[in-house]
Design a protein around this ligand. Structure first.
Ligand code: BES
Ligand code: MN
Ligand code: ZN
Length: 489
C-alpha cells in the first residue's frame, strides 16, 4: 500500500473511491460540496449524513468527480478529535472498502482540527488505512480482504513536513501490522527458533545488529529463570538482542518484550478457555521487534536496543515444578509457586541483561497478568514504574500515539505479597488481589536503579472480537508508542 500526497484538485483524480470526512453537527465543507453539486448538503438535510463517528454513506455513480464512488465518513465532533478518533474513523472506512478490491483510493484530509497539526492528522489517517485494511486471515486459502495499492491524500499542501509524516506513517503502519501478524501466527509455526529467524530477516533488511542467544549461550549468561520456564518444552528458547546505535555517545533506550510463543501454564496447566488464545503471549516481543524495525527504517538518531525473551511454556517431565527455586541472572532467588506466572521469570533475566548492557532507560512490554484486565479491562495497558518522570514520558507518548495506558501504584508495601519463606521472593502474589502490581514488584527486583516502565498489555494485545475498525486477533498495540518514545528520546 503506497501512501501519497497530491495537490491536484480532488475532483479531478480518477479513483475507485473518494473518501470524504465530515464532522458531526457541522455542515459538510462547502468548497468540497460545490464539486459534488451540493449533494453533501442535501444528504445532511435529509439526515442521511450526520457525521457521527464511523458513520458511512456510500454514494454510487456520483457526478462532478472523477472517482467512481464516494464514501462519506463521519469523524465525530471536531472539538473532540484526537489521534485515536481520526485513526478509528479512517480505519472504519478502510475496513469497509477493503472487503472488495479497490486499488486506488483518494482521501480528503480533514483540515482545521483543533490542537492537531496537519502532519499529525495525516499520520493518524494513514495509520487508519494500515489498520483497517490488514487481514487477520493469514491462513485462509482465499483472501477476504484486499488493501488498496495506493491511497492518495488531497486537500493539504504537499510540503515536506507532510511528506515526512507519510514516510513515518508508512513505517509505523507496516510495523504495527508485522506485530499483528506475529501474534496471529499459529504456535505450530511461530516458536522461539522461528521467531528469532523472523527477527534475523528484519535485522538483515533494516541494518539492525542482531545477536541470537541459544540454549548454551543462555546458560553461559546465567539466564536460569528463562531456562527454567523453557525446560518443559521440546522447543528450545532464544533470546534476541537487536541494536540500533545511531545516537553517538548519548544514553541507551532498552525495549524488552515477553515472548512466550505459547503459554499452556506449564504444570499449573490452564483450562482450555484460558489457554485458547495463548499464542498471543508473545505480543510484547512482537511490539519490540516491530518498533525496532521502524526505528531502523526511519533512521531515528538514538541508541536503542531491543531484547526479546522467547520461550514456550509447557508441562512435561522436564518442566519446572511448584516449589522449585531458581537463581536468576542477577543472583536473586525465586520460589516458583505457580508455573503459569512464567512471564515475570523470563523478564527477570531479560531485564537484568538489559541493565548489564548499560541501558539508561528501560521499557518492558508483556501480556503479563489477567489481573491487569480485571483492573483495566480490554484495550487499556497498565503502567507500572520505579520512576515517576520516566513513566510520565511513556504515558505522554501513548497519548500522542492514540493508545490507552493508565498508571497503577507501586507502593512499597506490595513487595510484602511476594515474600517467600525460603527464597528472596516467590513468583505469585499470595492472593488474587493486586495481581498486576505484585507481578511488577517482582520485575522491579531486576532493574536496579535504572528508570523503568512496565507495560502490562494483557488487555490491549488481543482482540477477542472484530469491530468496525479492525479484525479480531493481534492488535499490534504499543508499537506506535515505542516509536514515539524513540523519537522523543
Ligand atoms: N500470559 C498470562 C496472562 C494473560 C492472561 C495474558 C490473559 C493475556 C490474557 C500469564 O502468563 C499468566 O498466566 N498469568 C497468571 C498469573 C498468576 C498465575 C499469578 C494470571 O494472570 O492468571
Ligand atoms: Mn502464564
Ligand atoms: Zn504468560
Amino acid at each position: 500500500m503506497r501512501l501519497t500526497l497530491q495537490s491536484a484538485p480532488f475532483h479531478e483524480i480518477a479513483a475507485d473511491w473518494l473518501v470524504i470526512p465530515v464532522w458531526e453537527k457541522e455542515p459538510p465543507p462547502a468548497d468540497w460540496d460545490v464539486k459534488l453539486g451540493g449533494l453533501l448538503a442535501k444528504l445532511a438535510e435529509q439526515g442521511d449524513v450526520a457525521g457521527k463517528a464511523k458513520e458511512m454513506t456510500p454514494i454510487y455513480q456520483p457526478t462532478g468527480v472523477a472517482a467512481k464512488r464516494v464514501l462519506v465518513v463521519g469523524f465525530g465532533p471536531r472539538d473532540k478529535a484526537d489521534f485515536a478518533s481520526l485513526l478509528s474513523a479512517t480505519a472504519a472506512a478502510a475496513k469497509s472498502l477493503s472487503s472488495k478490491p479497490c486499488p486506488k483510493i483518494v482521501m480528503l484530509v480533514p483540515v482545521n482540527v483543533p490542537s492537531l497539526a496537519t502532519d499529525v492528522v495525516l499520520r493518524a489517517c494513514a495509520a487508519g488505512w494500515h489498520q483497517g485494511s490488514a487481514t487477520a486471515g493469514i491462513r485462509k486459502s482465499s483472501t477476504e480482504r484486499t488493501p488498496p495499492d495506493e491511497v492518495v491524500f488531497v486537500g493539504a499542501s504537499a510540503d515536506s513536513a507532510l511528506q515526512a509524516a507519510l514516510t513515518r506513517a508508512d513505517a509505523e503502519g507496516r510495523a504495527t501490522n508485522l506485530a499483528r501478524e506475529l501474534v496471529n501466527l499459529p504456535p505450530c509455526d511461530l516458536y522461539p527458533e522461528t521467531f528469532a529467524e523472523r527477527a534475523r530477516e528484519v535485522a538483515v533488511k533494516t541494518g539492525l545488529e542482531i545477536h541470537v542467544l541459544d540454549e548454551q549461550q543462555l546458560v553461559v549468561e546465567r539466564m536460569n529463570a528463562l531456562l527454567a520456564v523453557a525446560r518443559g518444552s521440546d522447543r528450545p528458547p532464544r533470546l534476541v538482542l537487536l541494536q540500533h546505535r545511531k545516537g553517538g555517545d548519548r544514553p541507551t533506550l532498552a525495549l524488552v518484550g515477553k515472548g512466550v510463543t505459547f503459554d499452556s501454564g506449564g504444570l499449573s496447566l490452564k483450562p482450555t478457555d484460558g489457554m485458547v488464545d495463548m499464542k498471543c503471549d508473545m505480543a510484547g516481543a512482537a511490539a519490540v521487534l516491530a518498533s525496532m524495525q521502524a526505528i531502523a527504517e526511519l533512521q531515528i538518531p538514538v541508541n536503542a536496543i531491543g531484547i526479546m525473551a522467547l520461550v514456550e511454556n509447557m508441562p512435561s517431565g522436564k518442566a519446572m515444578k511448584l516449589g522449585d527455586v531458581i537463581k536468576a541472572r542477577n543472583g536473586k532467588t525465586i520460589e516458583v509457586l505457580n508455573t503459569d506466572a512464567e512471564g515475570r521469570l523470563i523478564l527477570a533475566d531479560a531485564l537484568a541483561y538489559a541493565v548489564d548492557l548499560k541501558a539508561s532507560h528501560l521499557i518492558d512490554l508483556a501480556t503479563l497478568t489477567g489481573a491487569c484486565m480485571v483492573a483495566l479491562g480490554y484495550d487499556v495497558a497498565g503502567v507500572m514504574s520505579n520512576n515517576e518522570a520516566w513513566s510520565q514520558k511513556v504515558l505522554a507518548a501513548s497519548l500522542a500515539a492514540g493508545e490507552k495506558a493508565w498508571p497503577l501504584p507501586m507502593f512499597p508495601h506490595y513487595r510484602e505479597q511476594i515474600k517467600s519463606d525460603i527464597a528472596d521472593m516467590k513468583n505469585t502474589g499470595g492472593s488474587r488481589y493486586a495481581g498486576a502490581i505484585t507481578a511488577a514488584k517482582l520485575l522491579e527486583e531486576f532493574v536496579g536503579d535504572t528508570p523503568w516502565v512496565h507495560l502490562d498489555i494483557a488487555g490491549p494485545a488481543w482482540a477477542e472480537r472484530e469491530n468496525a475498525t479492525r479484525e479480531s486477533g493481534g492488535t499490534g498495540c504499543f508499537v506506535r508508542t515505542l516509536i514515539e518514545m524513540a523519537l522523543a528520546y
